[in-house]
Design a binder for this molecule. Structure first.
Ligand SMILES: [Zn+2]
Length: 294
């Protein structure tokens, strides 16, 4: 239904390639903070919609060794889960799987959205909040709201809700970061937001990242194509921006997200009989999660 990709769309110009499913010393620049934190002691978490997204922040994961959660198994329109590949990647990078890791197939989570089963998403948010709280997590990174895949945007809604719930229940101040899949990370680095973390990978870190990506079978073809087209250096920067500053749905109140416009085109072509829209399916999740987290 909605397209899914990591490496191809990450460069911001290969939307048509998107598949359907989908040393240790680097320079860490905290744009507005002066104290560098090597991250190794920090208790962190990564929460993404689909296994494979973590490739975009592979070096950040090496440094932080986070608890990792993904909502779906990344199977897309096929029947093959990507969770095993992500599990190998996490083990190589020193991260650990959390309680939610491929909970639903992509078809199942689309069905939950289409059927307006908002309680299922509120339940996921509560589970995430419990996991963050139990692990004493102080820093969360995950999908950004980009409007090209509704499950990515729902993931951001769940992260913001879980962070709000933990803050409210524990009075702890978790840091909340997002990273993009649908635009060039280098572009984001060129105009850093206050408080962003920008990691610039050295040669050894970049080698490990490329090796990890090529060792992820379901992503290998996309990675090879992206490296051939954009060069290896395109993957040598990782940008995490502060999230939760604005409501993840605000931008779609007046302009429909890309997934909705693409879905409508498929309906017009007779390819889809039903589509996920922001107003009918994603906004109700946002409202329910915000109410529960409050
Ligand atoms: Zn995805």
């Amino acid at each position: 239904m909605a397209k899914e990709s990591v490496w191809s769309v990450a460069k911001g110009s290969v939307r048509s390639v998107a598949n359907n499913s989908g040393n240790r010393r680097a320079n860490l620049t905290r744009v507005t903070m002066t104290v560098e934190n090597n991250g190794r002691e920090r208790k962190s978490a990564v929460i993404v919609a689909h296994p494979g997204h973590e490739l975009m922040i592979y070096h950040w994961i090496e440094r932080h060794r986070p608890l990792y959660c993904c909502l779906t198994d990344g199977s897309g329109g096929r029947a093959v889960s990507r969770v095993a590949s992500t599990t190998r990647l996490l083990e190589g990078a020193g991260a650990v799987r959390g309680p939610i890791c491929g909970r639903y197939s992509d078809k199942q989570i689309y069905r939950l959205l289409l059927d307006k089963q908002v309680h299922a998403f509120v339940g996921l948010m509560s589970e995430l909040a419990e996991a963050l709280s139990a692990a004493g997590v102080e820093c969360v990174a995950g999908d950004a709201t980009e409007g090209f895949n509704p499950v990515h945007d729902v993931c951001r809604i769940l992260i913001d809700g879980a962070v709000a719930m933990v803050r409210r229940q524990t009075r702890r101040q978790l840091r909340n970061y997002e990273f993009v899949l649908d635009s060039a990370p280098g572009g984001a680095a060129a105009s850093p937001t206050d408080g962003a973390e920008v990691l610039r990978l050295d040669g050894a870190a970049l080698e490990r990242k490329i090796a990890a990506a090529l060792g992820y079978p379901e992503m290998r073809a996309e990675v090879e194509a992206a490296v051939a087209r954009f060069g290896r250096q395109a993957f040598a920067v990782e940008v995490l921006k502060p999230a939760g500053v604005t409501s993840p749905g605000a931008r779609f109140e007046h302009e429909p997200p890309t997934y909705e416009r693409h879905g409508q085109m498929r309906v017009n072509e007779g390819l889809y009989s039903e589509i996920i829209t922001y107003g009918d399916h994603v906004r109700p999740v946002l409202r329910a999660v915000e109410d529960a987290a409050r």
